[in-house]
Design a protein around this ligand. Sequence first.
Ligand code: HEM
Length: 270
Amino acid sequence: TKVESKPQTANHTVVGDLSEQIKAATQETHVRAENTDLMTSFQKGQITRTQYKVLLCSLYEIYTALEEALDRNSSHPAVAPIYFPQELDRTEALERDLEFFLGSQWRSKVIVPAATHRYAQRLREIGKVKPELLVAHAYTRYLGDLSGGQVLGKLAQKAMELEGKDGLAFFSFPGVSSANRFKQLYRSRMNSIELSEEQRREVLQEAVDAFNFNIQVFDDLQKMLSVTSESAEKPKGTSRSTPFPPPSSVQLTVGLCVGLLTVGIGLYNF
Ligand code: HEM
C-alpha cells in the first residue's frame, strides 16, 4: 500500500504527527529491510540456528548501546515520554537467549561484524551529543519488534524446532499485554515530544539511517556466514571482526582478509 506524500507548507515545513511522518519516511527502507536475505530466511521459515545465533549477538550489542543511551537520558524532554524500560528493554531477554544457545560462557563467544559496531557507535554518540535523536532509533527497533517481531518469533521457533520458550525471550514482551494498544500509546508519546522543525527533520533522517544500519548489519551477518558455507559466494564486502580498529584505507584489504578469517574461525566454535 502506498502512503501519499505529506502536504508541505510554503517554506517546506513538513506537517503532521511525528508518528505518521516517521512511518512515511521509513516506508521504503522498511521494504528493503524486509527483503534482506536474513529477513527473507526468517519469513520463509528457513532461519538456521547459526543465522539466529549471530543475529542475537548483534542485537545484544545494539540493544545494550540503545538502552544505555536511553537510561542515561531518561529525563531528557525528548526521551522521557518514550522511556519504557519496564515494558520494552531487550538486553536481559537477549542475555537469556544467548546463554541458552551459547552456554554459560556466552560472553566470550559473542561475535559481531563491523556494521554492528558502527550502529552501536552511532547510538552511543547520539546518546552523548544529540539525545533528541534517540526516538528515531527506539522507534525503529521497538515498534518493529512489536509489529513483525511477533510473527517472526513463531517462525523462528518452528524453523529451529525449539520446544517451549527457551531461546525466544527476545520476542516476548511480558510487560506489554496488547502490542497494538502499546504501539498506539507509544505513537501518542512520540507525538507529544516538542521538536523544532530542524530537529524534526533530523529525527526523520535518523530513522532512515537507523533502518539502513539494520540492513547493513543483516547484510554483514550474511557475508560473515558465507565465509563458512561452501555453497556461498565469495564475500566481496568489508566485514571485519571485533579486534580491528576503524577502517584505514591502507590496511583495508589486509584487514578484510584477516577479519573474514577470524570471523570464520570464530563461527566454527559456535
Ligand atoms: C521479516 C521482516 C519484517 C517483516 C515481515 C515486518 C513486518 C511488519 C509489519 C506487518 C508491520 C506492521 C505494519 C502496520 O501495522 O502498519 C511492521 C511495522 C514496523 N516494522 Fe517491520 N517487518 C520486518 C522487518 C523490520 C525491520 C528489520 C525493522 C527495523 C529494524 C522493522 C521496523 C518496523 C517498524 C518501526 C514498524 C512500525 C511502523 C509504524 O507503525 O510506524 N521491521 N513490520
